[in-house]
Write a protein that binds this ligand. Structure first.
Ligand SMILES: Cc1ncc(COP(=O)(O)O)c(C=O)c1O
Length: 419
C-alpha cells in the first residue's frame, strides 16, 4: 500500500464528473477520421453510448434473455429487469413507474396514443400543434384529424427569435380544443419552450397536453410534475441510451384510454399500452443510460444525483453554446438561426454558410473529423418558415470539449475563407 503525504483529489469524489472523466466512458470518442480525432456534434440526431449501457444490454441478452411472466429464472429476471427499468425512467421523469410506457420510438408511441385519444373525440374537435415542432409531434395529430374529422390549428414561430408566437398559440385555444401538442425544446434551433405555460393554458381551456421532450431530455431534467403535462414522449438514444422510446401518461388517463390492444394482454396501465413483446435489451439499456447520468454526480437519491448532473451539464453547455454562437457570428457569410445565448436554449446551434449547401458544409467539416448533421431534421416546417434549403446543426453533448468547439469554429472559418 502506498501512502501519500497529501491527499490526492479523486475524480469520483468530485460533486460532478469532469468532461474528461465523462469522455473515458465513451469508446466512440477514440475514433479517428482522416487523421483527426472525431468530434461528435450530432447528438441531437443521436448521442454516443457509454460502455455501461452496451454492457447492460449485452448482459441482459447473454444471461437473462426470456419473455415475461413465466415461472423460471430467466423470465423472472426479465420481469425484474423491466420493473427496475421502469423505476429508473420514473426517477428520470419524476413520474410513478406505472406511468411509464415503453415502446419502439417516440414517433410510434405518439401515433399509438393519438389513435387511442381520437376514439373519444368528435368531428369538429380541435388539436393545437406548433410550427416549431419535429413532425413526430405534428403528423400523428394531422393523421388523426383526417381520419376523425378534427381540425388542427398550428401556432406560428417567430422566425427572428426561433421562439413560439405565444399570442398566436393562445388565440388558437378554444372550447373545442382537446389537445395542445408542443415540444419542450426544438431539435432544429435549440429553443426551450415554457412548457408550464402551455400546460396551464391547455388545462384552463379544458384540453390535454402532450409534450415532446425528445430534444429537451438530454439537456435539462424532465419533471412531469413541475411541467404539469398529461402526456410526454422521449427517446433514450438522444440521452446516451439505445434506440428505444418512452411515453409518460398520467395514471388515470392511461387507465382510461381506449387503446388498440390484443385481448390476452394485461389490461392495466402501463402494460395495456405496450403492444407485443417489448425491446427488453433496449429497455435495460435505457435504464443503464439513466443510471450513467445519475452516476456522474453525488446525491442521496437517483433523482437528486440526476438533478446535480443536469445542472452541471446545463452550465457547461451554456458556456459552450455562447462561445460557439459568438465565434460563428463573427464569420462573414455565416447565418445563425434560433435564440441567441441568454434565453432558454439547449446547446444546439443551427446555421448556414453563404454559397454552400448544408450538405456541402457538413461534408467539408467531416473531412476535419467534425461530425454534424444537416437538412431539416424532420422539423420540416421550421426550415420552410426560415426559407432555407436546409440547416447545418451543431449539437453539444456531455462529452463535448471546449477544444472541440474551437475546432468547429476554425472549421467553419476555413470554409468561409475557401481553404
Ligand atoms: C424533437 C424530436 N421529437 C421527436 C423525435 C422523434 O423521435 P423518435 O426517433 O424516437 O421517434 C426526434 C428525433 O429526432 C426529435 O428530435
Amino acid at each position: 500500500m502506498t501512502h501519500t503525504k497529501y491527499p490526492i483529489p479523486m475524480l469520483d469524489l468530485l460533486p460532478v464528473a469532469t468532461t474528461e472523466a465523462i469522455r473515458t466512458h465513451f469508446p466512440a470518442l477514440e475514433r479517428r477520421y482522416n487523421g483527426h480525432a472525431v468530434a461528435y456534434f450530432d447528438g441531437p440526431g443521436g448521442t454516443q453510448v457509454p460502455r455501461a449501457v452496451a454492457e447492460a444490454m449485452t448482459d441482459y441478452l447473454y444471461q437473462h434473455n426470456a419473455n415475461t411472466h413465466w415461472a423460471y429464472p430467466t423470465s423472472e429476471e426479465t420481469d425484474a429487469a423491466l420493473d427496475a427499468a421502469r423505476h429508473a425512467v420514473a426517477d428520470f421523469l419524476n413520474a410513478a413507474p406505472a406511468e411509464v410506457v415503453f415502446g419502439n420510438t417516440m414517433t410510434t408511441l405518439t401515433f399509438h396514443l393519438a389513435r387511442a385519444l381520437g376514439r373519444r373525440w368528435q368531428a369538429g374537435d380541435e388539436i393545437v400543434v406548433t410550427d416549431l415542432d419535429h413532425h413526430a409531434n405534428i403528423d400523428p395529430w394531422h393523421d388523426l384529424a383526417a381520419e376523425r374529422g378534427l381540425t388542427v390549428r398550428a401556432a406560428r414561430m417567430n422566425t427572428e427569435t426561433g421562439q413560439l408566437d405565444w399570442d398566436h398559440l393562445e388565440s388558437l385555444l378554444g372550447p373545442r380544443t382537446r389537445l395542445v401538442a408542443v415540444g419542450a425544446a426544438s431539435n432544429a434551433l435549440g429553443t426551450i419552450n415554457d412548457v408550464r405555460r402551455v400546460t396551464e393554458r391547455a388545462r384552463a381551456a379544458g384540453a390535454l397536453s402532450f409534450i415532446d421532450a425528445v430534444h429537451y431530455a438530454p439537456h435539462a431534467l424532465v419533471d412531469v410534475q413541475a411541467m404539469g403535462c398529461d402526456f410526454l414522449g422521449c427517446s433514450a438514444y438522444k440521452f446516451y441510451g439505445p434506440h428505444a422510446g418512452m411515453l409518460y401518461g398520467r395514471q388515470d388517463l392511461l387507465d382510461a384510454l381506449d387503446v388498440s390492444k390484443v385481448k390476452p394482454a394485461r389490461n392495466t396501465a402501463p402494460d395495456r399500452l405496450e403492444t407485443g413483446t417489448q425491446n427488453h435489451e433496449g429497455i435495460v439499456g435505457t435504464a443503464a443510460a439513466v443510471d450513467f447520468l445519475a452516476s456522474l454526480a453525488e446525491g442521496t437519491t437517483r433523482r437528486t444525483r440526476l438533478e446535480a448532473t443536469f445542472e452541471a451539464l446545463h452550465a457547461r453547455g451554456t458556456a459552450q453554446v455562447t462561445r460557439l454562437w459568438h465565434g460563428l457570428a463573427a464569420l462573414d457569410g455565416v447565418t445563425l438561426y434560433g435564440p441567441p445565448p441568454g434565453v432558454p436554449r439547449t446547446p444546439t446551434v443551427a446555421f448556414t454558410v453563404r454559397d454552400h449547401t448544408a450538405h456541402a458544409v457538413s461534408r467539408l467539416l467531416a473531412e476535419r473529423g467534425l461530425f454534424l448533421s444537416h437538412g431539416n431534421f424532420y422539423a420540416m416546417t421550421v426550415v420552410e418558415r426560415l426559407g432555407v434549403e436546409g440547416l447545418v446543426r451543431a449539437g453539444g453533448a456531455c462529452y463535448t470539449t471546449d477544444e472541440e468547439i474551437e475546432r468547429l469554429i476554425e472549421g467553419v472559418q476555413a470554409i468561409v475563407e475557401g481553404h
